[in-house]
Ligand binder design. Structure first.
Ligand code: PEP
Ligand code: MG
Length: 550
């Protein structure tokens, strides 16, 4: 048995034969040509074919791994159309009077080097994309096809690094795991592995030759190790974990498409929390009933300027359209405290968690607030959007917010722009003050969503960022559980629905309790939806209530 270590990018166990994947890297030759303009035309034709191929790959990936894994092919199409890249190829052909294959290879190498020289790990990872698009064009120019896996049974793919176009062409049913010598945690291979739910490792010093090719191995993605020709004891131990994992996955898979209904007929909505459009693939894959919390501040945090109305509109529209009629709750900007964006120029504060943040910024800077509301409302014409406001403490704020919403609606009406006239408005309940005036607040809104992360912080007076207070922190503190019951009751008394979107909503040991309290919705990270559904399906709420009383 030989053991190779690396960095795990996705957990899980794979058992099978190793398949060493090597690229068809026949050298590109430099050839003198007499007619550079004709050669440039040949290059453009090849580029168009490559773009077409990428369009097909996009469609294929979309079906197999969803938007998340497919996006790269759209990005590659854009890279091929990049003006600097094209100028470079044309220049080389013209000035050096060389063949298009050579000019493309040269351009690909120098652009890749430029990315490798960058500090940022993400950009370093883009070097592989540069090589990938260049190899594709060269493949078209030279009439060569693109490789795949020539295996008759599922294998553990071992490679130096894998380009997205290589992974997508591989038959997914033949891949048990990815192990690469190079590659980054941001690489598309690891994104793909996560989406495919198979173990993957990078940075593994495994030889890419016959010393491993075809041999039986175990990849343990939990510990980041490959066991080549494992001994009996290792194999038995790994097989045991493998079987347990398989059982868990199969059980959860079977829950897809099922209604979230308890044994005694109580229904609950299970929605997903997301921070950006990249998470949409997971939302769909995990069978979420909608999005219960879209943390829109990540759009602001990822930008070096106030995101414009049209920038935001495009994002919200994409989310609404992808969810195709399922509910998408967009939380307005929750910036401040630990989430800072320089261009906001927020004042330095002694106590930022209790300072100018979230709705307080929106009500102080109406132009920022209105821009976001316009974008959300306009996107509401493309799906089922609801708006949620964070960090509420008073009735006054809610009334003020509603005034601004009405102003924005009137502006849109005047401009003849479409939006959902019945759009739902809700608030986050994440301060003790909001809990205490929940009845009054509920009369003003369509729904409540409890932000247990902040509610716990403000109720227990424990900074959510401070690890050293762990001893004092109790997420199941009776004060929080009592508040959760008060909140849902206040909502229902006043004709509003109630959900939980803080981390506590995903706590499986409380699912029964939330059902018993009468919550209408839980919004959790996508991977938690099926495990919660499992508990819901196994619960009898009336029996649970009775058991608590006795
Ligand atoms: C919360 O406070 O529970 C919440 C969902 O919002 P955030 O974690 O983004 O503050
Ligand atoms: Mg919060």
């Amino acid at each position: 048995m030989v053991i190779y270590s690396g960095k795990s990018v996705f957990g899980g166990i794979a058992i099978g034969k190793l398949y060493v994947y090597t690229k068809d890297d026949s050298m590109v030759k430099r050839v003198h040509i007499d007619d550079p303009e004709a050669e440039i035309e040949r290059y453009h034709k090849a580029k168009e074919v490559a773009i077409e191929q990428l369009g097909e790959l996009y469609e294929k990936a979309l079906k197999e791994v969803g938007e998340d894994g497919a996006g790269v092919f759209e990005a590659h199409q854009m890279m091929l159309e990049d003006g600097d890249y094209i100028d470079s190829v044309e220049n080389i052909i013209r000035t050096q009077e060389v063949n298009a294959e050579y000019a493309v290879a040269q351009t690909g190498d120098s652009f890749a080097q430029m990315f490798l020289d960058m500090e940022d790990e993400y950009f370093k990872g883009r070097a592989a994309d540069m090589h990938d698009i260049s190899e594709r064009v060269i493949g078209v120019l030279s009439g060569k096809g693109n490789g795949g896996i020539q295996a008759t049974e599922p294998v553990i793919v071992v490679a130096d690094d894998l380009a997205p176009s290589e992974t997508v062409q591989m038959d997914k049913d033949l891949i048990l795991s990815f192990v690469t010598v190079h590659g980054s945690a941001n690489s598309h291979t690891s994104i793909l592995a996560k989406t495919m739910n198979i173990p993957a490792m990078i940075g593994c010093e495994i030889p890419l030759d016959d010393s491993v090719n075809g041999k039986i191995a175990v990849v343990d993605g939990f510990e980041g190790k490959v066991y080549v020709e494992p001994d009996e004891e290792t194999m038995a131990a790994k097989k045991k974990i493998y079987d347990e994992e398989l059982e868990k996955k199969a059980l959860l898979e079977r829950l897809k498409g099922k209604d979230n209904v308890t044994l005694d007929g109580q229904h609950i909505n299970l929605y997903a929390n997301i921070g950006n459009t990249k998470d949409l693939g997971l939302v769909m894959k995990n069978d979420a009933g909608g999005i219960g919390l879209f943390r829109s501040e990540f759009i602001y945090l990822g930008s070096d300027h106030y995101p414009t109305e049209s920038e935001q509109f495009e994002i919200y529209k994409t989310v609404a359209q992808t969810l195709a009629g399922k509910k998408v709750i967009i939380r307005t900007l929750d910036i401040g405290a630990d989430k800072q964006a320089d261009y906001f120029e927020l004042p330095k504060e002694e106590n930022p968690a209790m300072g100018l943040r979230a709705i307080r910024i929106c009500l102080t800077r109406p132009e920022v607030f209105k821009t976001q509301l316009r974008a959300i409302l306009r996107a509401s014409a493309f799906g089922k959007i609801a708006i949620m406001f964070p960090m509420i403490i008073s009735l006054w704020e809610v009334k003020e917010i509603k005034k601004v919403v009405e102003e924005v609606k009137a502006e849109l009406d005047e401009e003849g722009l479409n939006y959902d006239k019945n759009i739902e408005l809700g608030i986050m309940i994440e301060t003790p003050a909001a809990v205490m005036v929940a009845d009054e607040l509920a009369k003003e809104v369509d729904f409540f969503s409890v932000g247990t992360n902040d509610l716990t912080q403000y109720t227990l007076a424990i900074d959510r960022q401070n690890d050293s207070l762990e001893k004092f922190y109790d997420s199941h503190h009776p004060a929080i559980l009592k508040m959760l019951k008060m909140i849902v009751d206040a909502a229902h008394r006043n004709g509003a629905w109630a959900g939980i979107c803080g981390e506590l909503g995903a706590d499986l040991s409380l699912t029964k309790e939330f059902l018993a309290m009468g919550y209408d919705e839980l919004s959790v990270s996508p991977g938690r939806i099926l495990p919660i559904r499992k508990v819901v399906l196994e619960t009898n709420v009336s029996e649970y209530r009775e058991s608590k009383e006795t």
